[in-house]
Design a protein around this ligand. Structure first.
Ligand code: ZN
Ligand code: FE
Length: 254
């Protein structure tokens, strides 16, 4: 029986631990200390590390974990990250014998040029690409690349549990409501998410079918969103990429 646990780090990061009663695979350890504390508390042995992209809040804890327990480290083939022993890109499958688990690697460039995601039904670990009701900033990729990456993730089954790496949900929802004020499912999501946060609970993982229904960055084809973008930017976007680019730009200054 495999469980996924959140290990909060920094102001709003989630480091994810996939584990049974003995072994843990850690996704995006930006910091070693909270991971080592988690492993100790739950009497778990570190079995492997998975990295989605090179940013320090995702990979900064690798050296500290390896100093404690040398384990294989998977990471994006097209980024250089200290400590990565197994560089991978799509269509690689990785094997995690400690958990009896295989995971599929997906190339999802946009936030960074080599960003990858890890998928094993029903779990998706997507780093800073797809967020709950939002998406990552375009630091190294083009809007076209990011939209394509999001569309790739959106093709997974609706019951996919979306484990993104940050608790950005409330501010993402606030923006989404500006982009799509008449979305009733989004209105209900805002209430639910606020309740969760008031109780100190994570809003992550999200479910992919909820993202389909409420995440504006997966809904660039919706006339209402095209309309809102046109009003905000003062120009009529000509296609989904233009809608996405204008929406991302709008969110950057929201
Ligand atoms: Zn990042
Ligand atoms: Fe991040």
């Amino acid at each position: 029986m495999i469980t996924v646990s959140a290990i909060p780090a920094f102001a709003d990061n989630y480091i994810w631990a996939l584990h049974d009663k003995r072994s843990a695979v850690i996704v995006d350890p930006g910091d070693a200390a909270p991971v080592l504390a988690f492993l100790r508390t739950h009497h778990l042995t570190l079995a492997a590390i998975l990295i989605t992209h090179h940013h320090a809040d995702h990979a900064g804890g690798v050296a500290g974990l390896l100093a404690d327990t040398p384990v294989p480290v998977w990471g994006p083939a097209f980024e250089s990250i200290a400590g990565v022993s197994n560089p991978v890109s799509e269509p690689a499958t990785i094997t995690l014998p400690a958990l009896g688990l295989n995971m599929t690697v997906l190339d999802v460039p946009g936030h960074t040029a080599g960003h990858i995601a890890y998928y094993s039904a029903p779990w998706l670990f997507c780093g800073d690409t797809l967020f709950a009701c939002g998406c990552g900033r375009l630091f190294e990729g083009t809007p076209e690349q990011m939209l394509h990456s999001l569309q790739k993730l959106a093709q997974l089954p609706g019951d996919t549990a979306v484990y993104c790496a940050h608790e950005y949900t409330l501010s993402n929802i606030a923006f989404a409501q500006n982009a799509e004020p008449n979305n009733e499912i989004l209105r209900r999501r805002a209430i639910e998410a606020a309740k969760h946060r008031q109780q100190g609970l994570p809003t992550v993982p999200s479910r992919l079918d909820l993202e389909w229904a409420t995440n504006p960055f997966l809904r660039c084809h919706e006339p209402d969103i095209g309309q809102a973008v046109a009003v905000h930017s003062g120009t009529l976007p000509t296609d989904a990429v233009a809608v996405f680019a204008a929406l991302r730009q709008w969110k950057n200054h929201f």
